[in-house]
Design a protein around this ligand. Structure first.
Ligand SMILES: [Zn+2]
Ligand SMILES: [Zn+2]
Length: 118
């Protein structure tokens, strides 16, 4: 008994488009650049964009600058790549310099008082 291989009707099945998704994008033609939300009115999108400007979740852990878009933060981080980041050692050195300066001031005061005595 031979099996018929021609004219398989199943192969012509058209995969239906995700109609719900399509309908959703059609009704919400204003996509947000920052997240995947879409809006039916431009004013709705504008309002929504404001919230992105207020909340800046991408914060630079080096200087605290914050950005609403991760791409902006990445762009910002480039400035740190050129400007050397202060290490703890360098900060300590600065503290020592401060103490040194205070000692100098103390010496100068002593000298001044000597002058007064003279
Ligand atoms: Zn958004
Ligand atoms: Zn920074």
């Amino acid at each position: 008994m031979a099996t018929r291989v021609d004219g398989n009707p199943e192969e012509d099945v058209v995969v239906p488009l995700p109609e719900e998704q399509d309908e959703y994008s059609r009704l919400h033609p204003y996509p947000c650049d920052f997240c995947s939300r879409r809006f039916s009115k431009k004013s709705g999108l504008t309002m929504h964009m404001l919230s992105h400007q207020i909340e800046r979740p991408h914060e630079c852990n080096l200087c605290g600058a914050s950005y609403s878009r991760k791409a902006e933060l990445v762009e910002h981080m480039k400035i740190h790549a050129y400007a050397p980041i202060k290490t703890e050692e360098e900060e300590e050195e600065e503290e020592d310099e401060g103490k040194e300066f205070q000692r100098e001031v103390a010496r100068m005061r002593k000298d001044l008082s000597k002058d007064e005595v003279r």
